[in-house]
Design a protein around this ligand. Structure first.
Ligand code: FMN
Length: 223
């Protein structure tokens, strides 16, 4: 089958679109308002964009009243946000923090999680999350969309500090993913966790290509 997303003529009981790009990592984004109120919300339209220097993005649609979400407003007004990794153990708190509440509500309290101070930015980190990135706002790309919520603000931020809890670093120096059990979004109301891992290396002897895959940008370019 195929369908036109402008018409949504898929004939299925549920829109399949979100189930076609899976699993999506969840950026659990903390910000602080100009008035100093802490905000926290999950975004599965989230990714790293590059690694040297690292940039991440999240895409925030308009809220159910057609307004920009608090996370968007705070990121732009203060120039800062924090990415917290969402995990299976934190799933209920992640879900609670998605409630649409007024900007005056402290969503760390709503979710029942603890604030850990950041070092380079003002928004707090979620202490219970094993990985957090302190980010400086870089740019917003606003994509027009349909209906009240369709327009989306793609927020790009530069990662200025990376926090990893010592206990999730395995003896071989890698992140212990089976211990972390990161949460991933599927379609519908479904989620998954990363529980199985296998390794593949690009064939050939292009060392720089392999370094890129591993996360190193390689030698500095000669001028
Ligand atoms: C797992 C999960 C993923 C979500 N992903 C997104 C997303 O990518 N973009 C978005 O606009 N809203 C997403 N939401 C909804 C927001 O979290 C929700 O609108 C929240 O109230 C926004 O909070 P804020 O207004 O404090 O920024 C998601 C919700 C959940 C539970």
């Amino acid at each position: 089958m195929y369908y036109d997303p402008e018409k949504n003529d898929h004939g299925l009981p549920f829109n399949p679109f979100k189930a076609c790009v899976i699993p999506r990592p969840i950026g659990w984004i903390s910000t602080i308002s100009r008035e100093g109120i802490a905000n926290l919300a999950p975004f599965s339209q989230f990714q790293n964009l590059t690694f040297d220097p690292p940039y991440v993005m999240f895409a925030a649609n308009q809220n159910t009243r057609g307004r920009r979400k608090d996370t968007t407003v705070n990121s732009e007004q203060t120039g800062e946000f924090v990415y917290n990794m969402a995990t299976f153990a934190l799933r209920e708190a992640v879900n609670r923090s998605a409630a649409e509440v007024p900007p005056e509500v402290d969503e760390f309290e709503l979710a029942g999680v603890t604030k850990a101070p950041s070092i380079r930015v003002k928004p707090s980190r979620v202490a219970e999350s094993p990985v957090q990135f302190e980010c400086r706002y870089h740019q917003t790309l606003r994509l027009p969309g349909n209906g009240l919520m369709g327009t989306v603000d793609v927020i790009i931020g530069r990662v200025v500090l990376v926090h990893i809890r010592d206990e999730v670093i395995a003896p071989d120096g890698r992140l212990d993913i089976r211990k972390i059990r990161p949460l991933g979004r599927l379609g519908y109301y479904d989620y998954t966790t990363v529980d199985s891992i296998f390794e593949m290396v690009i064939p050939g002897d292009n060392e720089n290509l392999l370094k890129g895959l591993e996360g190193a940008a390689g030698a500095k370019k000669k001028e």
